[in-house]
Design a protein around this ligand. Sequence first.
Ligand SMILES: Cc1ncc(COP(=O)(O)O)c(C=O)c1O
Length: 364
Amino acid sequence: MDLTQAYRRGETEGLLRLDANEGAPPRPELMELLRDCPAEALRRYPDARALERQIAESLDLDPGCVLVTNGGDDAIDRAIRAYAGVGAGAEGSRAGGVALHAPTFSMTHRYSALAGARERATPWLRGEFPRDRFLEQGRSANLAVLTTPNNPTGLQIERRLLCRLLDELAPVPVLVDLAYLEFAMVEDAPRAELCRELLEREHVLIVRTLSKAYGLAGLRVGYALGSPARIERLRAQGSPFPVSAISLILAAKALEFGPDRDDLRNCSRRRVDLGRRLQALGLESPPSSANFALGIGGRAEQLVELLRERGVAVRAFPELPGLRITCPSSSEDWAELTAALSDIELVWNQQANQQGDQAERGSS
Ligand SMILES: Cc1ncc(COP(=O)(O)O)c(C=O)c1O
């Protein structure tokens, strides 16, 4: 990875933005809070303790088990630096590095590289999670990272396998990135129960975010969960005031409301439909449990361009090769995307028919 090149989102001005897995627009009630934000909140350094207590209470955890971070990104960065970075201390001679599955969230790769940690990647693009290979890599790593549902594939590690893996990886610290969990588990109680079950293991840390199901990527609020000792270690790894006061106020309200369940259910229907449409265009599409679908295949690059010509921005993954399309949350955006895909399918079918005719004439 070239660390002199920053991650930059592609230009999306004037396009339908389906390139960054952002969720449905936030509730109007949150906008009212913005207007009423007290001046004192702007004057003082922000204090995330109330939000940490609120999150802990909602999950039935000790408040010391929660660290509010500047998006999930910040939690991942802190965890990698804490356990596999230059300053990792006695526990982490850097040699073990970070075990992860690939492809995964691009910033996880980048934070590992920035921390100077060796990346131990296990390929996982399709099918079942490659448990044996991952264990081989993970057992001698300083930190293992499991992202489920994974980005960009949308694949999930089945719950029993995940728990077994965590047990088998102990005592290696494992960061479980659950950024897209709401799209796989719509109801609040089972999500909380899953987090508690994973956290029964002292070596486990969890990453969560308000950027996806809550539609609040602009707030930059995420959080890490773990044992009080591990959370304290993550807290020491970064800025003491990572989240603005305004973001803390809005996040508290958003968490009180919870994500929009109708939107989550809508998304689970649309991602299946989107997967089928990608398959109809000749791409492979793994079953997604997140708010996007991945298309893999040689024509992905061309499809990205054709969608852009039709006003739709999606994320290209030339290294797969593939493209990832975020499920639009509104009916209008869904109609725009599906019209663009149908149009491209029509054009490609016409081209295929013409080529077929030419081949037939050539052979006769
Ligand atoms: C798997 C995964 N984890 C974490 C994040 C971080 O999200 P944020 O920093 O916006 O909370 C993302 C964002 O795309 C993601 O895809």
